[in-house]
Structures are given as C-alpha cells and as structure tokens.
Design a protein around this ligand. Structure first.
Ligand SMILES: Nc1ncnc2c1ncn2[C@@H]1O[C@H](COP(=O)(O)OP(=O)(O)OP(=O)(O)O)[C@@H](O)[C@H]1O
Ligand SMILES: [Mg+2]
Length: 254
C-alpha cells in the first residue's frame, strides 16, 4: 500500500471533553480505495474520531486533510459536499419523514447535489443497492433497526461519497442481518468507494479490512495489515486477549 495515495490525512488531532483526552494527538492516513478498519475498547475514542473528521464535534487541535484539502474548520454539510459520507453508531434518520423524503434530503448533499436532487431513478437504484424493499411512503421512524440502518446507508450513498465512514454498522443486528451488512460493505468497496469501518467483531474486521488501526485511550495502539495487527503483543495484551487473537490470526492470514 506504500505507493497508494492518501484520501484522508489526520495529523496530530485531539479532542478533549473536560480533562478527558477522547482523541489524543492521533495521526494516520487512509488510502484511496481501501477498507480501513478501526477497533478498540469501549470509550477508546473511535466515534469521537469520526465526529471530528466530519465536524459533528470539532477537534481542539490538529489538521485533517481530504484529498489534500484542509477540512478541520469546514462545516459538516460542506464536508459532505466534498465527498465524505457517514453513518452513525445509533441508527439516525429523519424519523418523522418518509423513506422518499429521507432520500431526497440525502440527495441534496454531495458533490453532485444539483444533478442528483429528487432524481427518482437514482433513489430507487440506491435503495435497491442497499436492499431496502419497503414502500417509499413508509415513515422512517416506523422501520425496524435493520431497515433503518439500510436507509441510513442509502442516505449517505445517494450523496455519492468517495469516502464512506461507518460506525458499527452491524451493532444491534442478528447474524444473518450482519452478514448482509458486511456483504453490502464489500460491494461498496468494489464500487471504488473508500471505507472507514468501526467494528467490534474482530473476525469480521480482519476479514474485510485492507488495514486496521487499533485505538486505545484516544491513541493509536497499532496499525497495519490484519495479519500484523492481530499478532502485535500490545494489541493482544490490551484488546484482543490470547484466545481471540489466535482465532482471528488464521482469518487475517488467509
Ligand atoms: N459529547 C461528549 N461529551 C463528553 N464526553 C464524551 C462525549 N463523547 C464522547 N465522550 C467520552 O469520550 C470517550 C470516547 O468516547 P467514544 O464514544 O469516542 O468511544 P468509542 O471508542 O466510540 O466507544 P464505543 O466502542 O463504546 O462506541 C468516552 O470516555 C466518552 O464517554
Ligand atoms: Mg463508538
């Protein structure tokens, strides 16, 4: 991956909540076209990292570049126009609006927002891609968790992001739903969209990611290809434990 071009560059980024350093001087790059996995213990700063990249919560310090353009002072909607899409750890849609209206709102963001706005063919194509087969007039708040997560993904995808940030897309799903979600992430990667994926299930993360970063207390504990990360002693000691590390090693090396 050394010759790959960085789509996202995070330099010495920090976010404090009072005296708590949720993200603590973090630096890393995400390469164009890769699936970049992120894991770490609860409270290690994964969601806060996503929030400072997308300016849901601004960083206190540091620089963030998207395609070499600084975005750490840009408002969220402009970051979306630049080509970064995201989903949230808790399914977040416009609850009182229909599926169609949610999609129309999504289509007003992104690089091609003028062209995409209210384009029914495109809306249907994206809903089909995420496999959400509910009537377009169904109120989003009435959808079950899995369908709400599909809609949240569709809202992000219709803005045609070049980088898609996914915060625990499989959380709260049963095994078959989680498998479907992982397949969808693979398909998104195959479209050439760069993916940043937070996922606690290490089997899943090691299997799907090109590179993985393990976070601990707001810092980078280890980063590299899955086979490197799951054999790292610090990662085994602080996060994986010996048994899980053994379980994921074969997956990472396959
Ligand atoms: N808005 C906030 N105000 C105060 N503290 C916060 C806020 N958001 C996060 N924190 C704290 O920052 C730390 C990192 O939280 P964060 O949600 O980023 O962790 P995480 O790695 O995503 O955890 P999880 O795996 O449980 O989702 C935690 O101690 C959390 O309580
Ligand atoms: Mg989180």
């Amino acid at each position: 991956m050394e010759d790959k071009k960085a789509i996202l560059r995070v330099e010495n980024a920090s976010r404090l909540f009072g005296s708590l350093r949720a993200v603590d001087g973090l630096s890393f790059e995400v390469y164009e076209g890769e699936i970049f996995g992120i894991a770490g213990p609860n409270g290690s700063g994964k969601t806060t990292l996503m929030n400072i990249i997308t300016q849901v919560i601004p960083p206190n310090s540091g620089h963030i570049f998207f395609h070499d353009k600084p975005i750490h002072k840009m408002p969220s909607h402009k970051i979306c126009h630049e080509g970064i899409g995201r989903t949230f750890q808790n399914p977040t849609v416009f609850e009182s609006l229909s599926i169609l209206d949610n999609m129309i709102i999504g289509s007003t963001f992104g690089k091609n927002h003028n062209r995409l706005q209210s384009n029914m063919d495109k809306i249907k194509e994206v809903l089909d891609f995420v496999n959400l087969d509910k009537p377009l007039d169904r109120i989003a708040g009435k959808l079950l968790v899995n369908d709400k997560k599909k809609l949240m993904m569709a809202i992000a995808l219709i803005a045609e992001p070049s980088l898609l940030i996914l915060d625990e897309p499989c959380a709260g799903l049963n095994i078959s739903e989680a498998k479907e979600s992982i397949e969808l992430i693979r398909k998104i990667g195959e479209k050439g969209i760069t993916v940043m994926l937070i996922e606690h299930n290490m089997q899943v993360l090691m299997n799907i990611s090109d590179r993985v970063m393990i976070m601990d207390a707001g810092k980078k504990l280890c980063m590299g290809p899955p086979s490197h990360v799951c054999t790292n002693e610090l990662v085994i000691e602080k996060y994986l434990g010996k048994r899980t590390a053994k379980g994921v090693k074969d997956i990472a090396e396959s």
